[in-house]
Design a protein around this ligand. Structure first.
Ligand SMILES: NC(=O)c1ccc[n+]([C@@H]2O[C@H](COP(=O)([O-])OP(=O)(O)OC[C@H]3O[C@@H](n4cnc5c(N)ncnc54)[C@H](OP(=O)(O)O)[C@@H]3O)[C@@H](O)[C@H]2O)c1
Length: 247
């Protein structure tokens, strides 16, 4: 199949391209650095020629809710319209478990806008809600790190290996559209502070972590809100297995 990956140069995008190519598919890579911009629409029609399915794993700005919603909204509208013109039969969106249960998170507001537009849009779709990735904890800590100190919320998560997410997306894209897919998660719950500490140790980074609910992630993200629901699809790779491969 000819399948486009929007966000092909990103963390999940590059792994998704690799998973599709291992399956023998013809992959079209979409990103601004490769000359295609979802927000302006530049290069989209050419990129989608002959494409049967599109996987959207793009990302957007992180902080201002209105800006994030506008960015994901414009990108999703342009992408879906171009898919309709090209006769694309399946739009696959990577989303996040629990975004409807959390207020005040700008990125989640943008993801909800993506989901809303995809579900109401003209192209048959599958929305795949995934939990946080195994590399999420150290990434979050790096956002606030200054002079060897970083703040991080002690979120309860059930993280998943990026490569496992990519494998699921590649499998879904070649099948029929399924609407809202089951939550996709890793095999074990983890504390985000512990994950960040262990990742930094494994990578030889000396960072003092200060747990807090006063940073980017507030108390509305505490408790079980980020955990997968009933009937979740559980991917195999544990955090420890992933961590061992990072050293
Ligand atoms: N991190 C987590 O734990 C987690 C968990 C569940 C779901 N997710 C979701 O996973 C998705 C992908 O995350 P990621 O970490 O893989 O992202 P990433 O590494 O930041 O990659 C984002 C990709 O999007 C492309 N992109 C951004 N704006 C674009 C535009 N206007 N037009 C075309 N391409 C554009 C980027 O390339 P250029 O810069 O070249 O354009 C890049 O290829 C996100 O939507 C996120 O919500 C993340």
């Amino acid at each position: 199949m000819r399948i486009a990956v929007a966000g092909a140069t990103g963390n999940i995008g590059a792994l998704t391209v690799a998973a599709l190519e291992r399956g023998g598919h013809d992959v079209v890579r979409v990103s601004r650095s490769l000359g295609v911009d979802l927000v302006t629409g530049d290069g989209l029609d050419d990129a989608l020629t002959g494409v049967e399915a599109v996987i959207d794993v793009t990302n957007g700005p992180a902080t201002d809710p209105a800006e994030v919603v506008a960015y994901f909204g414009a990108a999703t509208r342009n992408l879906l319209a171009a898919e309709q013109r090209a006769g694309v039969r399946h739009h696959v969106l990577l989303s996040i478990v629990g975004i409807d249960r959390v207020e005040g998170n700008a990125h989640y507001a943008g993801k909800r806008e993506q989901e809303r537009l995809v579900a109401a849009g003209p192209v048959p779709w599958t929305i795949v809600p995934a939990t946080q990735f195994h590399d999420f904890a150290a990434m979050v800590a790096s956002w606030t790190q200054q002079d060897g100190v970083a703040t991080i919320a002690p979120l309860l998560v059930q993280p998943i290996a990026p490569a496992d997410v990519a494998d699921v997306l590649a499998e879904i894209a070649v099948g029929d559209p399924k609407g809202r897919y089951a939550d996709v998660a890793g095999p074990e719950t983890q504390d985000l502070v512990d994950m960040a500490r262990r990742t930094n140790q494994a990578l030889g980074r000396e960072v003092k972590l200060v747990p807090t609910w006063s940073g980017l992630f507030g108390p509305s993200m505490a408790g079980n809100v980020l955990l997968p629901g009933e009937g979740a699809r559980i991917a195999p790779t544990t955090f420890d297995e992933w961590l061992a491969a990072q050293r």
